[in-house]
Design a protein. Structure first.
Lengths: 247, 245
């Protein structure tokens, strides 16, 4: 059953690629706009060097933004989640800010921090921190109240309450927040690079697109997309292991 | 308690406005415009026909993208939710595709569809199609099996089970998926317009910021924020209503 599902999945992907190749081969689609898969693969070698450099740079920016955004977000999420008053007061702001397209703040950030990595990383932190806060806060609020009550009747101090009860109990949601956070920081970095920057994958993609190099755009998009998928799959694997061990 | 929360909430807003007002007297006007200048502008931009045209284009793109995504996402989601074989095969593919940072598709869409509104509509469609589909699938899958079994044992046909049990039982979750989808359509259209476009609020925001017309930048940004909050609030109310019934 499992292998059959896998076979059909692979078959679907291969069928799409073959159909695509044939569509271009029979000139149903203009190769100027829709290059065939074979041209895309061969065009990758032309941009390989610059693409690898840009990928590395974007990856570093993403990791920086992720570590800051996720760290702060988890901290804020735990604090807001464990204090009902703080939650009631701040919740509309957190959710409101989360529902607003954050790209509208990007010009202001660039105005203050200038064009370049600083503004990109700042924007990506902003992009990461809100979903992380929301997930962690939800996780902390859903902790069984009795656990906290028992621990405090047994004389746990506030610090022990956080380190021995709240954080361990919220661990699954913290892991989920980390997984979400890395996707959001990659997204934020790419958006900021595409909007206005001087380097990185987003910048390169936008530049290739404006230069109308469609095969190269396809190739780079494919590389970035598959890297993102690999990251997510690896994180899901780690996530599952941690959650299993924890429960 | 409620009064205290209310007061605290508004005092935060007041505090932000105060800081904004005071900091702007120490910073150059190109960096930040005080609220006392932004809000009068916010009242006067509505008589500007040019602005209304841009606003119309943005709202039209959002609604068109959402309509397309809602119809196709619901149909696909219901189909995959009902047929287990199809779901086993295609749900993992969909959720893998969904995990890709969506903005990487935008340069491709710009290439295909040009700088005009079509590329924004397609991008917003792409953003909201996946969550709508995936939420619909999980809504249908998570319908209580007992409900279906009971209806079947009372002699309901497959079609009756679908219309009378599966749809009503999964409606709240489906509506929340649609709410997420609509919010993502707003984001998609604004992001698309800001990354490259001819018409729309995003274009206005980007060009105001580039030309250092900071007061206009703030005013347009506030309009976008209002649109996003209204969308968010409406979808929350709809979802709550459907859970109540």
């Amino acid at each position: 059953m499992q292998t059959r599902v896998l076979l059909i999945q692979i078959g679907t992907i291969i069928a799409i690629i073959v159909l695509w190749e044939l569509l271009v081969y029979w000139r149903f689609a203009d190769p100027l706009f829709l290059p065939s898969p074979s041209t895309i693969i061969s065009s990758y070698s032309r941009i390989q060097n610059v693409a690898l450099n840009s990928l590395l740079e974007t990856f570093i920016k993403t990791l920086l933004a992720f570590s800051m955004g996720a760290g702060l977000g988890i901290l804020i999420g735990i604090v807001i989640g464990s204090r009902p008053l703080l939650h009631e007061v701040l919740n509309p702001y957190v959710f409101g800010l989360y529902s607003v397209p954050r790209i509208v703040f990007l010009p202001l950030i660039i105005l203050f921090l200038g064009i370049g990595s600083n503004s990109t990383i700042f924007y990506a932190v902003l992009h990461t921190i809100l979903p992380v806060i929301i997930v962690v806060e939800g996780g902390v609020r859903n902790i069984d109240r009795r656990l906290i009550l028992y621990a405090s009747t047994l004389g746990a101090t506030r610090l022990q309450l956080y380190s021995k009860v709240i954080i361990p109990a919220a661990m699954p949601s913290i892991m989920a927040a980390l997984k979400l956070g890395i996707i959001f920081s990659l997204l934020g970095t790419l958006i900021a690079e595409m909007y206005l920057s001087l380097s990185g994958v987003g910048f390169l993609l936008q530049k290739l697109s404006y230069a109308f190099k469609s095969a190269e755009v396809f190739a780079l998009t494919g590389v970035v997309a598959s890297l993102a998928i690999v990251i997510v799959l690896v994180l899901s694997g780690i996530n599952k292991k941690v959650v299993e061990k924890w429960l | 308690m409620y009064l205290k929360i209310f007061v605290l909430r508004f005092s935060i807003l007041g505090f932000i406005l105060l800081i904004w007002e005071f900091s702007s007297s120490y910073l150059p006007q190109t960096f930040i415009t005080p609220p006392s200048k932004v809000f009068p502008l916010l009242l006067t931009i509505w008589i500007n026909l040019d602005f209304l045209g841009h606003l119309y284009v943005t709202i039209f793109s959002i609604l068109l993208a959402f309509g397309l995504a809602a119809v196709s996402g619901l149909l696909l989601g219901l189909a995959l939710g009902v047929w287990k074989m199809l779901r086993d095969v295609y749900e993992p593919l969909l959720s893998t595709f969904y995990a890709v940072p969506n903005v990487v598709w935008y340069p491709l869409l710009l290439l295909f569809l040009g700088l005009d509104i079509m590329s924004k509509i397609a991008f917003a469609y792409l953003l909201s199609f996946f969550p709508i589909t995936l939420t619909t699938i999980s809504a249908v899958v998570n319908v209580d099996k007992v409900l279906i079994r009971v209806a079947q044992s009372m002699g309901a046909s497959k079609l009756t089970v679908f219309y009378k049990v599966i749809i009503p039982a999964s409606l709240p979750t489906i509506l929340s998926g649609l709410g997420t989808g609509l919010a993502l359509c707003v984001t998609g259209v604004i992001v698309g317009e800001m990354l490259g476009g001819i018409y729309g609020l995003g274009v206005l925001i980007a060009s105001a910021a580039t030309l250092f017309e900071t007061a206009h930048y703030f005013a347009y940004t506030i309009v976008v924020i209002i649109i996003a909050l209204v969308v968010n609030y409406t979808s929350k109310v709809l979802e709550r209503l459907s859970r109540g019934v």
